[in-house]
Design a binder for this molecule. Structure first.
Ligand SMILES: NC(=O)c1ccc[n+]([C@@H]2O[C@H](COP(=O)([O-])OP(=O)(O)OC[C@H]3O[C@@H](n4cnc5c(N)ncnc54)[C@H](OP(=O)(O)O)[C@@H]3O)[C@@H](O)[C@H]2O)c1
Length: 259
Protein backbone atom coordinates (compact mmCIF):
# COMPACT_ATOMS: atom_id res chain seq x y z
CA UNK A 1 0.00 0.00 0.00
CA UNK A 2 2.86 2.31 -0.95
CA UNK A 3 0.66 5.01 -2.42
CA UNK A 4 -0.96 5.67 1.00
CA UNK A 5 2.35 6.69 2.60
CA UNK A 6 2.45 10.38 3.53
CA UNK A 7 -1.25 10.86 2.67
CA UNK A 8 -3.91 11.88 5.19
CA UNK A 9 -6.82 9.53 5.86
CA UNK A 10 -10.08 10.46 7.60
CA UNK A 11 -11.64 7.39 9.21
CA UNK A 12 -15.22 7.53 10.46
CA UNK A 13 -16.28 5.07 13.15
CA UNK A 14 -12.68 4.79 14.39
CA UNK A 15 -13.71 4.16 18.01
CA UNK A 16 -14.54 0.51 17.48
CA UNK A 17 -14.52 -2.60 15.29
CA UNK A 18 -13.28 -2.28 11.74
CA UNK A 19 -12.60 1.44 12.09
CA UNK A 20 -9.80 0.73 14.56
CA UNK A 21 -8.29 -1.77 12.12
CA UNK A 22 -8.45 0.70 9.23
CA UNK A 23 -6.61 3.17 11.46
CA UNK A 24 -3.87 0.73 12.46
CA UNK A 25 -3.33 -0.58 8.91
CA UNK A 26 -3.21 2.91 7.41
CA UNK A 27 -0.80 4.12 10.11
CA UNK A 28 1.39 1.08 9.38
CA UNK A 29 1.31 2.10 5.69
CA UNK A 30 2.61 5.56 6.70
CA UNK A 31 -0.63 7.53 6.38
CA UNK A 32 -1.44 10.40 8.76
CA UNK A 33 -4.85 10.01 10.37
CA UNK A 34 -7.93 11.92 11.38
CA UNK A 35 -10.05 9.76 13.68
CA UNK A 36 -13.71 10.47 14.23
CA UNK A 37 -16.69 8.93 16.09
CA UNK A 38 -18.76 10.01 19.11
CA UNK A 39 -16.76 8.27 21.87
CA UNK A 40 -13.81 10.63 22.28
CA UNK A 41 -12.13 8.65 25.09
CA UNK A 42 -11.73 5.67 22.77
CA UNK A 43 -10.38 7.82 19.95
CA UNK A 44 -7.83 9.40 22.29
CA UNK A 45 -6.71 6.01 23.54
CA UNK A 46 -6.34 4.73 19.94
CA UNK A 47 -4.41 7.88 19.01
CA UNK A 48 -2.00 7.39 21.92
CA UNK A 49 -1.40 3.74 21.00
CA UNK A 50 -0.78 4.58 17.34
CA UNK A 51 1.52 7.50 18.14
CA UNK A 52 3.63 5.21 20.33
CA UNK A 53 3.98 2.72 17.48
CA UNK A 54 4.12 4.67 14.22
CA UNK A 55 5.72 7.92 13.00
CA UNK A 56 2.52 9.54 11.75
CA UNK A 57 0.31 12.44 12.85
CA UNK A 58 -3.02 11.51 14.42
CA UNK A 59 -5.80 14.06 14.94
CA UNK A 60 -8.92 13.26 16.97
CA UNK A 61 -12.13 15.06 15.98
CA UNK A 62 -15.23 13.75 17.76
CA UNK A 63 -18.45 14.06 15.77
CA UNK A 64 -22.01 12.78 15.88
CA UNK A 65 -22.61 11.92 12.24
CA UNK A 66 -26.38 11.84 12.80
CA UNK A 67 -26.28 15.57 13.45
CA UNK A 68 -25.69 17.88 10.44
CA UNK A 69 -24.40 20.66 12.74
CA UNK A 70 -21.82 18.33 14.29
CA UNK A 71 -20.78 17.11 10.81
CA UNK A 72 -20.32 20.66 9.54
CA UNK A 73 -18.33 21.57 12.68
CA UNK A 74 -15.93 18.69 11.95
CA UNK A 75 -15.52 19.77 8.32
CA UNK A 76 -14.92 23.37 9.42
CA UNK A 77 -12.38 22.22 12.02
CA UNK A 78 -10.45 20.38 9.29
CA UNK A 79 -10.49 23.46 7.07
CA UNK A 80 -9.47 25.64 10.02
CA UNK A 81 -6.42 23.46 10.60
CA UNK A 82 -5.60 23.28 6.89
CA UNK A 83 -5.96 19.49 6.81
CA UNK A 84 -6.20 18.07 3.29
CA UNK A 85 -7.93 14.68 3.28
CA UNK A 86 -6.54 12.35 0.58
CA UNK A 87 -8.22 9.14 1.74
CA UNK A 88 -11.80 9.02 3.04
CA UNK A 89 -12.79 5.84 4.87
CA UNK A 90 -16.58 6.01 5.22
CA UNK A 91 -16.78 3.25 7.79
CA UNK A 92 -19.19 4.46 10.52
CA UNK A 93 -22.52 2.73 10.41
CA UNK A 94 -25.05 0.70 12.30
CA UNK A 95 -27.69 -1.88 11.66
CA UNK A 96 -30.81 -2.38 13.75
CA UNK A 97 -32.43 -5.78 13.83
CA UNK A 98 -36.13 -5.47 14.51
CA UNK A 99 -39.34 -5.98 12.53
CA UNK A 100 -39.75 -2.87 10.36
CA UNK A 101 -43.07 -1.72 11.81
CA UNK A 102 -41.96 -2.35 15.41
CA UNK A 103 -38.98 -0.03 15.04
CA UNK A 104 -39.59 3.52 16.31
CA UNK A 105 -39.29 6.01 13.45
CA UNK A 106 -36.54 7.92 15.27
CA UNK A 107 -34.32 4.81 15.36
CA UNK A 108 -34.87 4.11 11.68
CA UNK A 109 -34.20 7.73 10.78
CA UNK A 110 -31.00 7.81 12.88
CA UNK A 111 -29.71 4.71 11.11
CA UNK A 112 -30.46 6.21 7.70
CA UNK A 113 -28.77 9.48 8.76
CA UNK A 114 -25.51 7.71 9.63
CA UNK A 115 -25.53 4.96 7.00
CA UNK A 116 -26.64 7.10 4.03
CA UNK A 117 -26.88 10.86 4.67
CA UNK A 118 -23.60 11.36 6.55
CA UNK A 119 -21.73 9.03 4.19
CA UNK A 120 -23.08 10.94 1.19
CA UNK A 121 -22.36 14.33 2.78
CA UNK A 122 -18.71 13.49 3.55
CA UNK A 123 -18.22 11.82 0.16
CA UNK A 124 -19.61 14.87 -1.63
CA UNK A 125 -17.49 17.27 0.43
CA UNK A 126 -14.17 15.46 -0.01
CA UNK A 127 -14.68 14.02 -3.51
CA UNK A 128 -15.25 17.57 -4.81
CA UNK A 129 -11.84 18.57 -3.49
CA UNK A 130 -10.15 15.35 -4.57
CA UNK A 131 -11.48 15.80 -8.11
CA UNK A 132 -10.10 19.35 -8.21
CA UNK A 133 -6.67 18.03 -7.12
CA UNK A 134 -6.84 15.11 -9.58
CA UNK A 135 -6.17 12.51 -6.88
CA UNK A 136 -7.88 10.78 -3.95
CA UNK A 137 -9.31 7.60 -2.48
CA UNK A 138 -12.83 7.01 -1.14
CA UNK A 139 -13.90 3.80 0.57
CA UNK A 140 -17.62 3.23 1.12
CA UNK A 141 -18.47 0.50 3.62
CA UNK A 142 -21.57 -1.38 2.47
CA UNK A 143 -22.38 -4.97 3.42
CA UNK A 144 -23.32 -8.37 2.07
CA UNK A 145 -26.76 -7.22 3.30
CA UNK A 146 -26.62 -4.70 0.45
CA UNK A 147 -26.69 -7.61 -2.02
CA UNK A 148 -29.88 -9.10 -0.61
CA UNK A 149 -33.05 -8.25 1.31
CA UNK A 150 -32.98 -9.59 4.86
CA UNK A 151 -36.23 -9.76 6.87
CA UNK A 152 -35.53 -8.19 10.27
CA UNK A 153 -32.86 -5.99 8.73
CA UNK A 154 -35.11 -4.36 6.09
CA UNK A 155 -34.00 -0.74 6.66
CA UNK A 156 -30.33 -1.70 7.05
CA UNK A 157 -30.32 -3.84 3.88
CA UNK A 158 -31.91 -0.95 2.00
CA UNK A 159 -29.29 1.53 3.30
CA UNK A 160 -26.46 -0.72 2.16
CA UNK A 161 -28.05 -1.18 -1.31
CA UNK A 162 -27.91 2.63 -1.52
CA UNK A 163 -24.23 2.68 -0.51
CA UNK A 164 -23.35 0.11 -3.17
CA UNK A 165 -25.25 1.95 -5.90
CA UNK A 166 -23.63 5.25 -4.96
CA UNK A 167 -20.16 3.72 -4.91
CA UNK A 168 -20.56 1.91 -8.23
CA UNK A 169 -21.72 5.09 -9.96
CA UNK A 170 -18.99 7.23 -8.37
CA UNK A 171 -16.31 4.73 -9.33
CA UNK A 172 -17.22 5.43 -12.95
CA UNK A 173 -17.75 9.19 -12.53
CA UNK A 174 -14.56 9.96 -10.63
CA UNK A 175 -12.09 7.48 -12.10
CA UNK A 176 -11.24 9.76 -15.09
CA UNK A 177 -10.41 12.53 -12.57
CA UNK A 178 -7.94 10.30 -10.73
CA UNK A 179 -10.19 9.59 -7.72
CA UNK A 180 -10.54 5.92 -6.79
CA UNK A 181 -13.84 4.86 -5.25
CA UNK A 182 -14.25 1.38 -3.79
CA UNK A 183 -17.20 -0.29 -2.09
CA UNK A 184 -16.45 -2.97 0.50
CA UNK A 185 -19.19 -5.44 1.35
CA UNK A 186 -18.24 -7.35 4.51
CA UNK A 187 -20.25 -10.28 5.75
CA UNK A 188 -20.85 -10.89 9.47
CA UNK A 189 -17.70 -9.68 11.24
CA UNK A 190 -16.69 -9.80 14.92
CA UNK A 191 -17.15 -6.20 16.14
CA UNK A 192 -19.68 -4.36 18.33
CA UNK A 193 -22.10 -4.34 15.39
CA UNK A 194 -24.37 -7.12 16.68
CA UNK A 195 -24.53 -5.61 20.21
CA UNK A 196 -25.66 -2.29 18.72
CA UNK A 197 -28.09 -4.14 16.42
CA UNK A 198 -29.66 -5.90 19.39
CA UNK A 199 -29.09 -9.23 17.63
CA UNK A 200 -28.60 -12.47 19.58
CA UNK A 201 -26.81 -14.63 17.00
CA UNK A 202 -27.35 -18.39 16.78
CA UNK A 203 -24.40 -20.81 16.59
CA UNK A 204 -24.46 -20.93 12.77
CA UNK A 205 -24.31 -17.13 12.52
CA UNK A 206 -21.40 -17.08 14.99
CA UNK A 207 -19.53 -19.74 13.02
CA UNK A 208 -19.92 -17.66 9.85
CA UNK A 209 -18.53 -14.52 11.54
CA UNK A 210 -15.16 -13.33 10.23
CA UNK A 211 -12.29 -11.28 11.64
CA UNK A 212 -12.35 -7.52 11.46
CA UNK A 213 -8.67 -6.99 10.56
CA UNK A 214 -8.93 -9.33 7.54
CA UNK A 215 -11.88 -7.29 6.22
CA UNK A 216 -10.04 -3.99 6.67
CA UNK A 217 -6.94 -5.36 4.97
CA UNK A 218 -8.88 -6.63 1.91
CA UNK A 219 -10.80 -3.35 1.67
CA UNK A 220 -7.65 -1.20 1.75
CA UNK A 221 -5.89 -3.43 -0.78
CA UNK A 222 -8.91 -3.07 -3.10
CA UNK A 223 -9.00 0.70 -2.58
CA UNK A 224 -5.29 0.97 -3.33
CA UNK A 225 -5.88 -0.84 -6.63
CA UNK A 226 -9.03 1.16 -7.44
CA UNK A 227 -11.33 -1.88 -7.50
CA UNK A 228 -15.04 -1.12 -7.78
CA UNK A 229 -16.09 -3.57 -5.06
CA UNK A 230 -14.42 -5.90 -2.60
CA UNK A 231 -16.30 -8.76 -0.92
CA UNK A 232 -13.86 -10.12 1.68
CA UNK A 233 -13.82 -13.89 2.29
CA UNK A 234 -14.94 -16.86 0.21
CA UNK A 235 -18.16 -17.46 2.17
CA UNK A 236 -19.25 -13.86 1.69
CA UNK A 237 -18.37 -13.94 -1.98
CA UNK A 238 -20.47 -17.14 -2.37
CA UNK A 239 -23.33 -15.45 -0.49
CA UNK A 240 -23.34 -12.51 -2.92
CA UNK A 241 -23.14 -14.90 -5.88
CA UNK A 242 -26.10 -16.89 -4.48
CA UNK A 243 -28.08 -13.67 -4.08
CA UNK A 244 -27.67 -13.12 -7.83
CA UNK A 245 -28.39 -16.69 -8.89
CA UNK A 246 -30.94 -18.14 -6.45
CA UNK A 247 -34.66 -17.29 -6.41
CA UNK A 248 -35.43 -14.64 -3.79
CA UNK A 249 -37.76 -16.91 -1.76
CA UNK A 250 -35.00 -19.52 -1.34
CA UNK A 251 -32.44 -16.84 -0.45
CA UNK A 252 -34.83 -15.36 2.12
CA UNK A 253 -35.29 -18.78 3.72
CA UNK A 254 -31.51 -19.22 3.98
CA UNK A 255 -31.18 -15.76 5.56
CA UNK A 256 -33.93 -16.60 8.07
CA UNK A 257 -32.07 -19.77 9.11
CA UNK A 258 -28.74 -17.96 9.53
CA UNK A 259 -30.05 -14.74 11.08
N1 LIG B 1 -19.75 -6.21 11.78
C1 LIG B 1 -20.47 -6.68 10.80
O1 LIG B 1 -20.95 -7.83 10.82
C2 LIG B 1 -20.67 -5.84 9.55
C3 LIG B 1 -21.04 -6.49 8.37
C4 LIG B 1 -21.21 -5.73 7.22
C5 LIG B 1 -21.00 -4.36 7.25
N2 LIG B 1 -20.65 -3.75 8.42
C6 LIG B 1 -20.44 -2.30 8.39
O2 LIG B 1 -19.13 -2.02 8.85
C7 LIG B 1 -19.07 -0.69 9.36
C8 LIG B 1 -18.32 -0.68 10.68
O3 LIG B 1 -19.08 -1.34 11.66
P1 LIG B 1 -18.44 -2.32 12.74
O4 LIG B 1 -18.82 -3.70 12.36
O5 LIG B 1 -17.02 -2.01 12.98
O6 LIG B 1 -19.37 -1.95 14.01
P2 LIG B 1 -19.04 -1.20 15.38
O7 LIG B 1 -17.95 -1.90 16.10
O8 LIG B 1 -20.36 -1.07 16.06
O9 LIG B 1 -18.52 0.24 14.91
C9 LIG B 1 -19.38 1.23 14.41
C10 LIG B 1 -18.67 2.57 14.41
O10 LIG B 1 -19.57 3.56 13.89
C11 LIG B 1 -19.56 4.67 14.75
N3 LIG B 1 -20.84 5.37 14.77
C12 LIG B 1 -22.08 4.84 14.95
N4 LIG B 1 -23.00 5.82 15.02
C13 LIG B 1 -22.32 6.99 14.89
C14 LIG B 1 -22.72 8.36 14.91
N5 LIG B 1 -24.00 8.74 15.11
N6 LIG B 1 -21.76 9.32 14.76
C15 LIG B 1 -20.47 8.96 14.60
N7 LIG B 1 -20.04 7.68 14.56
C16 LIG B 1 -20.96 6.71 14.72
C17 LIG B 1 -19.27 4.10 16.15
O11 LIG B 1 -18.67 5.09 16.98
P3 LIG B 1 -19.35 5.78 18.25
O12 LIG B 1 -20.37 4.84 18.80
O13 LIG B 1 -18.20 6.05 19.17
O14 LIG B 1 -19.93 7.04 17.70
C18 LIG B 1 -18.27 3.00 15.83
O15 LIG B 1 -16.98 3.51 15.82
C19 LIG B 1 -20.52 -0.21 9.44
O16 LIG B 1 -20.79 0.62 8.33
C20 LIG B 1 -21.33 -1.51 9.32
O17 LIG B 1 -22.61 -1.28 8.76
C21 LIG B 1 -20.47 -4.46 9.56
Amino acid sequence: MKRFSGKTALITGASSGMGKDYARLLAAAGAHLVLTARREDRLVSLRDTLLAEFSVDVLVLPCDLMDPVSRQAMLDALDGRGVKVDILINNAGLGLQEPFVAMPWGHLQGMMDVDMTALTHLTHHFATRMQARGEGYVLLVASVAGHMAIPGYAGYSACKHYVRALGYALNGELRPAGVRVTVVSPGATETEFFDVAGHQRNLLAKLLTGKSEAVAWSALKGLHRGRREVVPGLINWLATLSARLLPYTLMRRIMEIIF
